[in-house]
Design a protein around this ligand. Structure first.
Ligand SMILES: Cc1cc2nc3c(=O)[nH]c(=O)nc-3n(C[C@H](O)[C@H](O)[C@H](O)COP(=O)(O)OP(=O)(O)OC[C@H]3O[C@@H](n4cnc5c(N)ncnc54)[C@H](O)[C@@H]3O)c2cc1C
Length: 402
């Protein structure tokens, strides 16, 4: 394969931007990365599924993350609403689809520095620790003007500059936006009972409350509540908050002790009307923002990066040309719209007091809980888009042969 010489500009140094810079450099493209130092004080954790882990392995950072990660072997949904119609508990086991684990859960304050260290060590990446203050998007090249007045140019801009994405705005891509009357309280906690590598998502009237395993008898928690309630909970002392978390978890993990550090994230949804234009391709939260349900966000961001590199390799002479951008848009559109649509719908159905919404959610979860092939389909689709359909088609072929 000839080595690509065309320059790529990656804007943004969150996880999506750092992974994009490493991925493009690994594929042989010279990369200019623009953005501040990586955030090493993010107390959240990120669950990445097996396909995303393969990408981390390819760019050479999975080995450094394994010691701080916990495997996710079982995922459980518990209907903790007090509504008239409630769903049975639905349990997804990785072993049901012949996988050892669905993925790994890492602390972001390790993930981000490990990614940043790999970027610093990569000879193919020039990291300009500055913000982009302006964009000039021309017919044959894109140029970013930086805070110090200097500039960098490339054939393709990878916009990994987050939910407000100035690069998206410069490309004239409009978005559909929604704010939710919800905020996520995020913390980590220790517990008496072993988690057994099970993650449990409690569905409540204010949103999901999700526990995800960490190494040892520790877990992370993303508790979605009304914004006022998030503030009240965060203001409690450790002992009082520990009791609240234990109650919310139905004492499933025994006595709880919350660790120092609480963060609050207001929830919203942002969906761009296009995923690329004028030499700019959107990845990560520049391309999709939705509530943190079912660990989808960065997994989708890694797929954006992977697909963009694939398109760039097929259009090596000019990966930012209109045809290449149209191919990227076409490739990402179904995955992004399906994931963000499903997560937003589930979130709205939780908030809704309307009986039909509750019935639909409960019937859907009931069907999933009681019908193993459907569960397997959703688990495969959850890991890799299209693989659930592929397994169904394989099963049908097998039956026809018999
Ligand atoms: C509570 C919570 C839990 C989550 N859990 C999971 C999970 O378990 N699994 C999962 O897959 N996803 C999860 N997500 C989603 C995941 O966190 C996001 O998808 C991910 O952080 C998005 O990363 P990003 O790099 O796209 O954006 P960001 O992290 O927002 O990074 C954007 C970057 O762009 C930079 N920037 C902005 N403007 C400019 C500019 N002008 N010039 C240069 N740089 C600029 C910023 O400084 C920043 O570095 C969760 C989200 C939340 C809120």
């Amino acid at each position: 394969m000839p080595v690509p010489k065309v320059h790529i500009v990656v804007a943004g140094t969150g996880p999506a931007g750092l992974i994009a810079a490493l991925g493009f450099a690994h594929a042989g493209f010279p990369v200019s990365l623009v953005g501040p130092d990586a955030n090493a004080s993010d107390g959240r954790t990120t669950a990445l599924m097996n396909p995303a882990l393969k990408v981390l392995e390819r760019i050479g950072i999975l080995g450094d993350l394994r010691p701080v990660a916990a495997p996710l072997k079982v995922m459980r949904i518990v209907d903790a609403t007090r509504r008239l119609i409630r769903s049975p508990v639905v349990t997804f086991r990785a072993s049901e689809i012949d996988e050892e684990q669905f993925g790994l859960n890492f602390p972001n304050n390790v993930l981000n520095p490990v990614l940043a260290k790999a970027v610093e060590a990569s000879p193919g990446i020039k990291w300009r620790k500055s913000l982009v203050t302006g964009w000039s998007l021309e017919q044959d090249a894109a140029t970013a003007v930086l805070g110090d007045g200097s500039s960098v140019s490339g054939a393709l801009v990878v916009a990994a500059d987050g939910r407000l994405s100035p690069a998206r705005e410069a490309a004239g891509i409009t978005t559909a936006k929604r704010t939710y009357p919800q905020a996520a309280l995020v913390l980590n906690f220790g517990h008496r009972v072993e988690h057994g590598f099970v993650s449990t998502e409690f569905h409540t009237e204010t949103g999901p409350c999700t526990q995800v395993p960490l190494p040892g008898n520790r877990s992370s928690l993303v508790w979605v509540v009304e914004p006022e309630m998030a503030k009240e909970l965060a203001a409690l002392d450790d002992a009082a908050l520990s009791v609240k978390v234990e109650e919310r978890m139905q004492s499933m993990l025994g006595r709880v002790s919350v660790e120092p550090g609480r963060q609050i994230y207001p929830l919203s949804a942002v969906t761009p009307l296009r995923f690329a234009a004028k030499r700019v391709a959107l990845v990560g939260e520049a391309a999709h923002v939705f509530p943190p349900i079912g660990a989808q966000g960065l997994n989708l961001g890694v797929r954006d990066v992977d697909d963009l590199i694939d398109v760039a390799l097929k259009n090596q002479s000019d990966p930012g040309a209109s045809a290449a951008l149209a191919a990227y848009d076409f490739k990402r559109r179904p995955d992004i719209l399906a994931r963000s649509g499903a997560v937003n719908l589930l979130n709205i159905s939780l908030l809704s007091d309307m009986l039909p919404a509750q019935m639909a959610r409960s019937a859907g979860l009931g069907l999933l809980g009681g019908f193993a092939p459907l569960r397997a389909f959703f688990m495969r689709e959850g890991l890799r888009p299209g693989s659930g359909f592929a397994a169904l088609a394989g099963g049908l072929r097998e039956q026809i042969r018999r």
